[in-house]
Write a protein that binds this ligand. Structure first.
Ligand code: MN
Length: 259
């Protein structure tokens, strides 16, 4: 039974009945990282230093040393990233059971609203409307907020204004609904954080980080290609690096979708 099931899956991938969609931005020194107020420590951008390139430093091989933050580029947030999740069991990337890295994914389309409002909020009403059209969000699903924000380039991505960054995100009530009533696995966005750019002004501040991680749930940020996913029925593959005590990690995120 399990043999034929897996054979069916590999055959479906070969024949295009199933397709893999890459939800990952390229790690690139120019890709923006979150910028915090100047009194705080800052997230490093991606850097790549050549160690050798088939030359006297290594005649037959080429390789690089990398510098980056756990939260650089398309990346995973573990519960230990936030103070609310500091005591969650197995809350670091090395300790999370691997079962958590493959699972169902629901995509809530907020692209129309985000196109005209940089501070667009995902609210409980939008979630209920999504469920009316596509069914109740299954327990232990990833929920992704599609905004098409990943199509922005340069300064438009962080969208820094005089009063700080402006980008879409969920309200505290929306996060509570997803965590407390739907018991989701995690929440992902196309923006630089799981919270809105102005998320510090909510109660609690940064509600996605605070509520998700306090409940042992995960985050994904800087995703792309969410417009290629169905509202339901896809499978998300998101396995962070196994960094001892790590609070997050850049990773390759993929979705398995009907072809
Ligand atoms: Mn992060």
């Amino acid at each position: 039974m399990s043999h034929s099931l897996l054979t069916d899956v590999t055959q479906a991938l070969t024949t295009g009945v199933l397709r893999l969609v890459d939800l990952t931005h390229t790690l690139d020194p120019d890709f923006p990282v979150i910028i915090l107020p100047p009194e705080f420590g800052q997230c490093a951008r991606f850097r790549m230093e050549e160690v050798s390139a088939y030359d006297n430093r290594g005649p037959a091989w080429k390789w690089h040393n990398l510098t980056l933050n756990e939260h650089t580029g398309t990346h995973f947030d573990a519960p230990a990233h936030w103070i609310s999740g500091r005591d969650v069991p197995n809350g670091t990337v090395d300790a999370i059971p691997v079962d958590a890295f493959v699972g169902p994914v629901v995509v809530i389309n907020c692209s129309a609203g985000a196109a005209t409002n940089d501070d667009f909020e995902l609210t409980p009403d939008i979630i209920f409307d999504h469920e009316t059209a596509h069914g109740t969000i299954p327990e232990d699903s990833w929920v992704l907020m599609r905004t098409d924000w990943s199509k922005r380039r340069g300064a438009d991505y962080l969208n820094m204004q005089a009063d700080g960054p402006h980008s879409p995100g969920p309200t505290p009530d929306a996060v509570r609904l997803l965590v407390e009533e739907r018991n989701i696995r995690g929440f992902g966005t196309e923006t630089v954080g799981t919270d809105a750019g102005q998320g510090s002004h909510y109660t609690p501040p940064y509600p996605a980080h605070f509520i998700l991680h306090g409940a042992g749930k995960f985050g994904l940020q800087c995703l792309c290609n969410l417009d290629q996913l169905p509202p339901t029925g896809a499978v998300l593959i998101a396995a962070p690096l196994k960094i001892k005590g790590g609070t997050g990690s850049p990773l390759r995120v993929m979705a398995l979708v009907p072809g």
